[in-house]
Design a protein around this ligand. Sequence first.
Ligand code: GLU
Length: 545
Amino acid sequence: MTPEILKYLFPNPLPAVADIEAKYPKRALKEGAKVTRVAPSPTGFMHIGGIYAGLLSERVAHQSGGVFYLRIEDTDQKRLVEGALEVIANSLGRYGIVADEGVHTDGTDFGAYGPYTQSKRKEIYQAYAKDLVQKGLAYPCFATAEDLDLMRKVQEKSGLRPGYYGKYAKCRNLSDEEILKKLQAGEPWVLRFKSPGDYEKRMIIKDLLKGDISMPENDIDIVIIKSDGLPTYHFAHAVDDHLMGTTHVIRGDEWLSSVPLHIQLFVALGFKAPKYGHIAPLQKVDNGHKRKLSKRHDAEANIMYFWEKGYPEAAVIEYLLNLINANFEDWRKANPDVPAFDFPVNFSKVSNVAGALFDFVKLASISKEVIAKMSAAEVYDALLNWAISYNPSFAEKIGAHKNYVTAILNIERGIGNKSRKDIVKWEDVEKDITYFFDDTFMRNMELLNGYDADDVTAIADGFARMYDENDDKQVWFDKIKRLADSIGFASDMKAYKANPAGYKGNVSDVAKVLRVLITGREQSPDLHSIMQVLGRDKALVRLKI
Ligand code: GLU
């Protein structure tokens, strides 16, 4: 293309490609170190799948002694949302997915391979695009939206693949004179890649997760620079991943079909292509059918959902690691106390490459385990922290009773495998502990409808008289047994089973009556501990009926 055309296409001075290359030297990393990135678009929404991909990328980089960086892909200016950088940084940071290089929430960069925001790299893309034009590998296209629409209709009618390729790539063969005339006339244009591919030929794509996949070559002349001068994703990612030294790209399945094009772009630009791994969207079961988790229909597609519900970050990470590699569970059993991030993630063993099922039952069981391992003080802090954002009145209450709430949370905790595993998420705790506070305690006497009212009174009065808060659990329980015997309930289960008709009931009935009176519930953690935490006065008031 003539210098005159180039002047129209690239009116502003651009850095030379060689100078750009010099600013992005090869990274000095040890053999086998991987460079990965997370490259979200700032849409103000972080999909749980984005955290999954970010976690996998981060682990793979850092476990290999490599680099993990954050790049903001904002070339689609229509999708920009205020505050989106915070959403990205908070989501990743909250889950401990820490980038070595990238963009702070105020938009400033950290790291030597920036800028890490694509809209700040316009000149760089332009320089490479100009280079392609000069090499005859890219050309301006003047097709209007109507032209393209017509093209697609014609293709559809003839049962052909839609797209700007072959004889439909009308501007591919414009002469320099024709191009210049159109530019002089001020016709709007975009820059297209001149694809060297042949759709009839096939190529083998080596996907890190899915293995070898045979695909047709790309023959579509895709847009590389849009009319606003910004690049498309295809072109931008090629330039960026090359300059930033990315070795492994983990991204969503929606890009899998573009790999033949991406490989062509890397070749045309004279770059070494990274290795690609494509993640299928997370699935859910809906009405008995599997379908992908949808940003629009499923609240849990948004990572915010998990903060709002109060799933501990560590539980979400453990759950995602378990989705990534099925052997995580065995590893966790063998290494119960090491941080989850020490788990050696393996690309070649990624489970469910066709789409992992997001399973709330599994998440709940992992979350219970994670919370069971925390100390009461850690649970208190995490709970308060959550409540401050999502349940302010509860935050106020537990904030005002730190020692009391910590003691509540300490019941049946810190006893290894026997620790309580009943908290799944912070949202549930408020209703679990209502009976510890007089203003939310409810007697629920109807739970004792099956018992004779005189027996209930006898149990309540009898135990109130015997109760000593200094009794250990054994002495405490022996008193319940004694009480049982004294009012016609069997304290000896064997004796009871041999002759149930000879008793009003057995010691477990007595314990149940006490539990209902003290907690208003049929089920609760260890009643002796609950009474200890409540304190003598509160306990005795509840035994007065
Ligand atoms: N910005 C792209 C997206 O959000 C990232 C794809 C990639 O990681 O290359 O889908």
